[in-house]
Design a protein. Structure first.
Length: 245
């Protein structure tokens, strides 16, 4: 695991965007695994800016998002599909046919997850997988559990995740209770992992991810076993890791 210290959110976002744009420049038809949430928004906006300046071209890139709420259609403003269009895809020259998010509108969880796994596998898995981390150490919607998950599957969200995500909804009751998410094994199949984290409320999770035991009680800890994992985190998120890297 390589840990890159960023001063603050803006610095973390620029550093992450630099790594993603280097990937796209080196391999214009690369596969990117993408994340939603508030952490990567700054990196997405930075990439839009560089695209507009002519520095990076997304016309051949394919993307696969980590997860989607079960029960929300692509058009639902709370869906992750909608989020990706709003925060990233609408600002760059990506072909929307090359962007993929699990189909939350498909009520047949098994079929939806199986189909998504096949799509990601057929694409050869991401060259670079961007991740955020939950305060409880989750990646994607892989919550603390007794075992690491494998392929894409349907999960019941934990109370802490529902509460954390409620800030993006009008009322906590509106937060969907289930989601389709890539499994830990699928995530680990990416050739490079780029984890971004900022803020004090991520400090414990970042510490446990980087220096705790590799255990499903902190799903992100498995990234210690990935051959090419880069963590870009700000001062506050790294505050419990001082002197350890
Ligand atoms: C999002 C995702 C989640 C988030 C995590 C952090 O697609 O899979 O694991 O990355 O919950 O969310 P933020 O960035 O909002 O703190």
């Amino acid at each position: 695991m390589k840990i890159i210290h960023a001063k603050d959110y803006a610095d973390m976002s620029r550093k992450a965007a630099n790594i993603i744009s280097a990937q796209v420049i080196l391999k214009p038809d690369c596969v990117l695994g993408l994340a939603t949430g508030t952490t990567p928004i700054g990196a997405y906006h930075q990439l839009i800016d560089w695209y507009k300046k002519g520095d990076v071209d997304f016309s051949q890139v394919k993307t696969y998002n980590l997860d989607e709420y079960r029960g929300l259609t692509h058009e639902d403003p709370q869906s992750y599909h909608y989020f990706m269009n709003k925060e990233f895809f609408s600002g760059i020259n990506i072909d929307l046919a090359n962007t993929h998010v699990p189909d939350g509108a498909n009520p047949d969880a098994e079929a939806a997850c199986k189909a998504y796994d096949k799509m990601v596998a057929d694409a050869g898995y991401p060259d670079l997988q961007l991740l955020g981390i939950g305060r409880n150490g989750h990646i994607g919607f892989n919550e603390p559990a007794d075992a690491f998950s494998k392929g894409t599957h349907c999960v019941d969200l934990t109370e802490s995740t529902i509460e954390a995500n409620s800030r993006l909804f009008e009322k906590e009751e509106d937060v969907p209770r289930q989601a389709y998410t890539m499994g830990v094994q699928t995530i680990m199949n990416a050739r490079m992992i780029l984890m971004v984290a900022n803020g004090k409320n991520k400090a414990q999770a970042v510490h446990d991810m980087c220096f705790g035991p590799v255990a499903p009680s902190c799903p992100a800890s498995i990234l210690q076993l990935h051959a090419n994992c880069v963590v870009v985190a700000d001062d506050e998120a790294l505050s419990l890791c001082e002197g350890q890297y």
